[in-house]
Design a protein around this ligand. Structure first.
Ligand code: FE2
Length: 151
């Protein structure tokens, strides 16, 4: 098993609003050119620091020992292992498609398992085993809140 559902509190609406604010804020600070959507400049994968309102909420209700970030995935993410991290908390705000899957592989690239994660649910993910994300829709980024041990 590579993914485990956790029974932790759902993010309140005002925290979800702050996540979208974090995305807009980072997008605006990276590029001043006029763009049709705040997501246009993200290249497939981006991790942005969550703001203090989100950090404080997650420290109170999820874990005081973790640092939180917003992950934005624009298109299918190829197979990889995360650098220096064994497990990650993940909370999907938008799955990027009803069909989008998190896939796990052995070191030879053979598919071992696939999962469809439900939005607004906490999971803990093994990120030290090869994994990928597939079936993300065009123009619909996959947005989640994730944990790090160190900022
Ligand atoms: Fe990853």
């Amino acid at each position: 098993m590579f993914i485990k559902k956790l029974f932790l509190p759902r993010l309140p609406d005002h925290i979800i609003d702050q996540i979208y604010e974090s995305i807009k804020y980072n997008a605006n600070s990276w590029d001043k050119t006029d763009i049709p959507s705040e997501y246009d400049k993200f290249k497939m994968y981006n991790w942005l620091p969550a703001n203090d309102i989100i950090q404080d909420w997650c420290k109170s209700y999820i874990s005081p020992d973790l640092y939180w970030g917003v992950q934005v995935i624009d298109s299918d993410l190829p197979m990889h292992k995360d650098n220096g991290t064994e497990v990650k908390f993940n909370y999907l705000i938008d799955a990027g498609s009803e069909e989008s899957k998190t896939n796990y592989y052995d070191d030879q690239g053979n598919l071992l398992d696939s999962y469809i994660l439900a939005p607004h649910t906490w999971y803990i993910l093994d990120v030290s085993t090869n994994h990928s994300v597939s079936n993300i829709e065009k123009e619909r980024p996959r947005i989640s809140l994730t944990s790090r041990i160190i900022p």
